[in-house]
Design a protein around this ligand. Structure first.
Ligand code: NFS
Length: 660
């Protein structure tokens, strides 16, 4: 059998090959050496107490094998899965909490380094929360918004604030099954409690709480993070940038921001253009300062400032191996501890910045929101001081690709009708007419266990060829961006005839980059807006829409997939199923969830079958909605762009909206 390629990206592959010739170890080598534990991989290992770990394996394990306490395979697999949801929800929500506290600090005048950049978005969010904003000082509104959102983390009873943003029918399903989150932290704590030794043993009941916890992520932590980040740093609108491991410059100081939280990286964006620091860089022999990003911090600064991205998760070690990074600054999540050991073979300084995250071998410069700019300057100076230590060692690459990013919910609304007629009507019409067959959210990590970024790219190209519009986030966006696919030209060259026509009319790429993984919440609000617009489903469930995370590896991806399923979106994950040992749990997550919530969660390692499953869901949804049968190149009569009558209708309805 031919050896599986390590990366779907030719540039990444070149650096990997160079690394092998230099005997440098990366996640690609470790993934080959360290095979997954076949018992844990499918959810059959219970290590909730010290009578075990119990391995529920053997013939007919589902019927006949139990742990020392008597826990069944279904109980064990469900508990393991829900603990992954809790881990992912905790990660997104803790990030989000920091964002909300930054907003509060701004409102209270405790920091001069941050401001409210998007007042309109602040008012829009205040509107969702029933907070009066007209005629009030901006900081008072911001304080009320921040306090209300911070309260959602610790709230003990009731419903989290943003649950009300879902379509009414979707909310009714949640209430019927008791999965509306009460408070974000409460659901995470309860998930840990229920799944500890000797508590909840009914797999369906355990998984229902898993969905409640996941919803606390999607409609809680992640949505709060997206909104507060927009308020503080601006709601994204399309921006040109570049993507590739070739973004580093040989004659400039290269600084990379890696991780997830955008606060410090925003300040680094600010200070790298300060004349004093540029002069300082020149005094050390560099021509200037070049800032780039990696993983989701990259997505945050890319969306708002067009800072170039060096790619997603599996590119972090490869970036170091270019020998061109003078400082790689990290905060939290998705940072491989291996980078410090690897960096010793080069001159790269790894700088940890979060009080929550240290790595042995890294320099620690701690972020403090009250003196954020000062910390940012110290980091930039450290990078500049390291520039003269650069050697010629490394696998230098120069190819890079243009990309368009910055598609927020608000911009997508705006691009379909202008400032005064912003709407989702044209998108719904294009779907109804069969120009657009459906929508896929392509998200999640890239993964060295498969041909990294390769499955993202395969699915992206096949889906757009089949007239499916893609909204992408996280490392899914990076996989497409580093292929050069986030451009309008991609539509002209590779999209099916209907999708191409829509993209050409509006001037957009067929793959819309919506931001970081927390910004999957933008997909929830877009789906809600499509339901409210009419003509398709009146809830999120039943839309011709699917979520796919083909190369997932993080617990955060599991939390995201679960909140999409609970919100009504069928979700397809790649790789081995983490509940694969239990037919019962698999049945609940596919058939039972589909019946109750109209969403489901599948695990399917084969890319072609993933594609077929996604298109199958889309076509079935079209049929159930009695939409025109999808046939490539044959459309219904609904218009792609609105005529004046349609626009007048929308204005008459005078819906609240944001203009940009
Ligand atoms: Ni998402 Fe972003 Fe990437 Fe996966 Fe990690 S960076 S939050 S978890 S690896 S997509």
């Amino acid at each position: 059998m031919a050896k599986q390629k390590r990366s779907g990206d030719a540039i990444a592959e070149r650096i990997i090959e160079w690394g092998i010739s230099e005997k440098l170890e990366t996640c690609f080598d470790r993934a080959e050496k360290m095979k997954p534990c076949p018992i844990g991989e499918v959810g059959a290992c219970c290590k909730m107490c010290h009578m075990g770990p119990c391995r529920l394996v053997g013939r007919n394990a589902e019927e006949s094998v139990v742990g020392v306490c008597g826990a069944s395979l279904a109980t064990v697999a469900a508990r393991n899965f829900v603990r992954m949801i809790a881990g992912g929800t905790a990660a997104h929500s803790d990030h989000s909490r920091d964002m909300a506290f930054t907003l509060l600090a701004v409102a209270n005048g405790e920091t001069r380094d941050f401001q409210i950049t998007d007042v309109r978005k602040l008012y829009r969010v205040a509107g969702y929360l029933d907070i009066e904003f007209e005629g009030r000082p901006v900081n008072d509104v911001a304080r009320d918004v921040a306090t209300t959102l911070i309260n959602d983390f610790g709230q003990q009873k009731g419903e989290i604030s943003f649950a009300r943003r879902a379509p009414r029918k979707t909310q009714e399903r949640w209430r019927k099954w008791g999965v509306v989150p009460r408070g974000i932290d409460r659901e995470v704590a309860e998930a840990m409690h229920r799944t500890t030794m000797g508590v909840d043993h009914d797999p369906d009941h355990i998984l229902l709480h898993g969905l409640r916890t996941a919803l606390a992520d999607g409609w809680g932590g992640s949505m709060i993070s997206t909104d507060v980040t927009d308020i503080l740093f601006g709601t994204p609108m399309p921006v040109k940038a570049e993507a590739s491991l070739g973004i580093f410059k040989e004659d400039e100081v290269n600084i990379i921001v890696h991780g997830h939280e955008p606060t410090l990286s925003e300040k680094i964006v600010d200070v790298v253009s300060e004349p004093e620091l540029i002069e300082y860089a020149k005094s050390r022999g560099a021509k200037g300062i070049n800032l780039g990003g990696m993983c989701c911090t990259a997505n945050e600064v890319l969306m708002r400032h067009g800072i170039p991205t060096a790619g997603g998760f599996t590119n972090q070690e490869l970036g170091v191996m270019t020998g061109l990074i003078d400082a790689l600054t990290v905060d939290v999540q998705c940072i491989m501890p291996a980078i410090t050991e690897l960096s010793k073979k080069f001159h790269t300084k790894i700088i940890t910045t979060s009080e929550k995250a240290k790595i042995p071998g890294a320099v620690h410069i701690e972020y403090d929101e009250h003196r954020a700019k000062e910390v940012a300057r110290e980091i930039v100076r450290t990078a500049i001081d390291n520039f003269p230590n650069r050697t010629t060692r490394g696998s230098h690459v120069t190819d890079k690709f243009p990309m368009i990013a910055g598609f927020s919910h608000e911009y997508i609304e705006y691009m379909q009708g202008g400032r005064w007629r912003a709407s989702f009507r044209p998108l719904n019409d294009a779907i109804m007419a069969g120009r657009i067959r459906g929508v896929v959210g392509l998200a999640g990590c890239d993964n060295p266990r498969v041909t990294s970024t390769g499955i993202h790219r395969y699915l992206a190209s096949e889906l757009i060829r089949n007239d499916v519009l893609i909204v992408s986030t996280g490392c899914g966006s990076a996989a497409c961006g580093t292929a050069g696919w986030l451009t309008p030209e991609m539509a002209l060259e590779h999209a099916g005839p209907g999708l191409r026509e829509v993209c050409e009319a509006i001037g957009i790429p067929p793959i819309l980059h919506l931001g970081a993984c927390v910004d999957n919440s933008r997909i929830l609000t877009i789906a809600s807006a499509m339901a409210a617009e009419g003509g398709l489903s009146d809830e999120i469930g039943g839309m011709p829409a699917v979520g796919i995370a083909p190369e997932w590896m993080s617990e955060k991806a599991i939390a995201i997939g679960s909140y999409f399923a609970a919100s009504g979106v069928p979700v397809i994950f790649g790789g081995e199923s983490p509940v694969g040992a239990s037919k019962e749990v698999t049945r609940i997550m596919t058939e039972v969830w589909l019946e109750r919530f109209r969403g489901a969660m599948h695990f399917e390692p084969d890319p072609e079958r993933m594609l077929a499953l996604a298109l199958g869901y889309i076509d079935k949804a079209r049929e159930a909605l009695k939409l025109k049968k999808y046939e490539p190149g044959k459309f219904g009569t609904e218009k792609v762009l609105m005529d004046m009558a349609a626009r007048r209708e929308i204005e008459k309805a005078a819906k609240p909206h944001i203009g940009l």
